[in-house]
Design a protein around this ligand. Structure first.
Ligand SMILES: [Zn+2]
Length: 287
């Protein structure tokens, strides 16, 4: 679930047929925001039953934006009604009432992108980390691990004026990189115009573009210093603004210990299929 609910049937590491969306017309995110949790559970269970078409279902993977732990959505700033929802047990009950008894797991929405990449790129035995660049900044990790992992809220600045993060915290990565945060910073320009002007040499925009890349480099370097070296994937609607050469150079300036210098960035196209596959990977692993 993100701006809409994305659904698909997974066999192996692929989606069979195509992914579908609910609701499929109107302003989907507004409609979802207006739905109480009980109704969301009913809609999800009905959609899943329809997708199953009476066939046996081995696993159901579900993913939501926010802090998701132990089957509970602890926090979800963009979907306030989900805060505190025990979604895993609610869905287990709703599916059982419809004659479906699968393995089931609920995950964070960027974590399932990491799991999907691991499955589709043959990396199920490796650490996969993902930055999602959109309205919010998401951090995903495979394999799923105990912890909170709100990487978009890593502090990358001590400047008290960095106050644009959606969570209200000061100095966060999202305060500099988030789409909404950029619109608040440049009240007169869209992010697309800011990056275009930076290319043309506009001083204010160029300075910001450097800051934007150094913020991601700083968060990645912090991650490497805590979690070790390895590959970082970048995806989401604003991955298109990334200058990989400059980003790599910036991280190299920030990570100097030789055992940690194996990191590599790769940009991958935003894909519903990867997230759907990853949700199922997590459900199968959860057992
Ligand atoms: Zn924040």
């Amino acid at each position: 679930m993100s701006d809409h609910i994305t659904l698909g049937v997974v066999e192996g590491d692929r989606v069979v047929g195509s992914v579908t969306h609910y609701p499929d017309e109107g302003n989907a995110s507004e409609q979802i925001r207006a739905m109480p949790v009980e109704e969301l559970v009913r809609v999800q269970a009905d959609e899943l039953k329809a997708l199953a078409e009476g066939e046996a279902v081995e696993a159901v993977g579900l993913a939501y934006p926010g802090i998701v732990r132990n089957g509970v959505i602890e926090e979800s700033p963009n979907f306030q009604q989900l805060k505190g929802a025990a979604m895993q047990s609610a869905m287990r009950e709703a599916l059982a009432a419809r004659g479906i008894f699968p393995k089931i797991a609920i995950s964070n929405d960027t974590d399932v992108i990491a799991s999907g990449i691991a499955a589709q790129h043959g990396k199920l035995d490796q650490l996969v980390r993902v930055w999602w660049l959109g309205n919010g900044i998401g951090f995903g990790r495979y394999p799923a691990m105990e912890g909170v992992w709100e990487g978009g809220h890593i502090v990358v600045s001590l400047d008290p004026n960095e106050r644009f993060c959606g969570c209200g915290g000061i100095g966060h990565l999202e305060s500099i990189m988030g789409h909404r945060a950029m619109r608040l910073r440049f009240l007169d320009m869209e992010p697309e115009e800011v990056f275009a002007a930076a290319k043309e040499g506009d001083p204010r925009c160029s300075q910001f573009a450097i800051r934007w890349h150094r913020a991601l480099a700083a968060a990645t370097a912090s991650n490497v210093h805590m979690g070790g070296p390895g590959k970082f994937y970048i995806t989401g609607p604003n991955a298109k603004f990334v200058n990989l050469a400059f980003l790599n150079r910036s991280v190299q300036e920030m990570v100097k210990m030789s055992p940690l210098q194996g990191y590599v960035f790769e940009i991958i196209e935003k894909s519903d299929e990867i997230a759907v596959v990853g949700a199922v990977v997590n459900a199968l692993r959860a057992g």
